[in-house]
Write a protein that binds this ligand. Structure first.
Ligand code: ADP
Length: 235
């Protein structure tokens, strides 16, 4: 199993943001975490990345504890945080070169090559000469995806990657995320059912820090669709 989350509980004061959460994720799945705002999706993602001390339970990636694992382990994961924090005054290539440096890619030529490869991969070529601040929301999101995949991670964690995009941008970003899922494991969060339907193989519904549904998308669709499952969740 690529990722094992076992009995993870995370409290903020008396409130449990995660309550005894367990998930196993094999390589090659696109997993959608679906739940209302405040359900615990971001907390779960940050626990998986090893950024967050938890109150109980363990997370292992390829058999290694993510809290104990160092940079080598973190380097096998890529992360697009919610709200995609970027430096608006930086040029697209300058920013990606900086990220390549952070990942230890040495040599100006090697970094430039990597940046060009990624710019092309995420469809940024026509906009790559601009500053990040001058880009549309859809292109900013491509920059966010570019920084998440630049170092070739096996697991990609995307927190609300499609929120705030217009329908055309949404279509492009969904297609890009699906294409990532052909080569690697993806865990993405959303509070919108259609996003899961459009991109995911597996649906994990979270409510108040607990997993209430964990099933293949096809099974849920055969049982009346995500809406039926989601309504049960709301009730
Ligand atoms: P989601 O990503 O599903 O919107 P979060 O994981 O961000 O949910 O939040 C889960 C719960 O934990 C929410 O009730 C939220 O208010 C709370 N929470 C998240 N981060 C913190 C924090 N740093 N301090 C206190 N409470 C927090």
């Amino acid at each position: 199993m690529l990722l094992e989350v076992s009995g993870v509980t995370k409290k903020y004061g008396p409130q449990k943001a995660l309550d005894n959460v367990s998930i196993s994720v094999p390589s090659g799945q696109v997993v959608g975490l679906l739940g209302p705002n405040g359900a615990g999706k971001s907390t779960l993602m940050r626990s998986i990345l090893g950024y967050l001390p938890t109150d109980a339970g363990t997370v292992t990636f390829d058999g290694q504890d993510v809290r104990a694992g160092g940079d080598e382990l973190k380097g096998r994961m890529g992360y697009l945080p919610e709200h995609n924090p970027l430096y608006p005054e930086m040029y697209v290539r300058e920013f990606l070169d900086f990220i390549a440096g952070l990942h230890g890619i040495k040599g100006r030529t090697a970094r430039a090559q990597k940046v060009e490869e990624i710019v092309e991969r995420v469809g940024l070529t026509p906009e790559a000469h601009k500053t990040i601040g001058a880009l549309s929301k859809g292109y900013k999101q491509r920059v966010g995806l570019a920084q998440a995949i630049l170092h070739g991670p096996e697991l990609l964690i995307l927190d609300e990657p499609t929120s705030g995009l217009d329908p055309l941008q949404l279509k492009d970003i969904r297609a890009l995320i699906r294409s990532f899922g052909e080569q690697r494991t993806v865990i993405l969060s959303t509070h919108i059912m259609q996003e899961v339907e459009a991109m995911c193989d597996r649906v994990i519904m979270i409510k108040q820090g607990r997993i209430v549904t964990d099933a293949p998308l096809d099974d849920l669709m055969a049982q009346g669709g995500l809406e039926a499952a989601f309504n049960t969740l709301a009730g």
